[in-house]
Design a protein around this ligand. Sequence first.
Ligand SMILES: Cc1cc2nc3c(=O)[nH]c(=O)nc-3n(C[C@H](O)[C@H](O)[C@H](O)COP(=O)(O)O)c2cc1C
Length: 147
Amino acid sequence: MKKVLVLYYSRTGNTEKMANAVSEGAQISGSVEVELNFHVDTESLNAYDAILVGTPTYHHDMPVDFKNLFEEAAVQGINLKGKIGAVFGSYGWSGEAPKLILEIMKNKFEMQITEPPLLSKYTPDQKILDACRNLGKRVSESLMNRT
Ligand SMILES: Cc1cc2nc3c(=O)[nH]c(=O)nc-3n(C[C@H](O)[C@H](O)[C@H](O)COP(=O)(O)O)c2cc1C
C-alpha cells in the first residue's frame, strides 16, 4: 500500500487544524496509508511515497525541527527524488516558511511538488479546511494512479 506522511509543526494549533484536514482528505480513498505526525526520524522518510509538510512561519522562517530534518536528510544522502511533495501552513503577515520548504523539496531533493503552497492567514476557515481536504485527496488519488 502507498504511504502518505503528513508532517506538521504548530505552536497555537492553526497549522495543526490544516494538517488534520489534509490527513482526513488523504484517507478518503481508503487505499493509501496515511500517517499524521509532528516528528519523524530522517531515515524513515524513505518509506513514504508522498510527504506533505505543514509549517507555520515564525520570525520569517521555518521551524528549526524542519531545518534539522532536511539538513540531516541531505547529509545522510536520503533519496526523495520523484516522491510527491506539498506544503501548507498558517501565517500572520509574511508567510515565508512554506515557500522555503517547497524550494528545498524541489531543488535539493527533486521531489515532484504541488505548487503553490496552501496558506491560511491565522486560523483556517471552512473554505481553507476544504482546500486542505482536497489537497490530501488529490495527493492520494495521484498516488493510486501511479504504478
Ligand atoms: C513570536 C511570533 C513570531 C511570528 N513571526 C511571524 C512572521 O515572521 N511571519 C508571519 O507571517 N507570521 C508570523 N507569526 C504569526 C504566526 O505564523 C501565526 O500566528 C500562525 O497562525 C501560527 O501558526 P500555528 O498556530 O500553527 O503555530 C509570528 C507569531 C509569533 C507569536
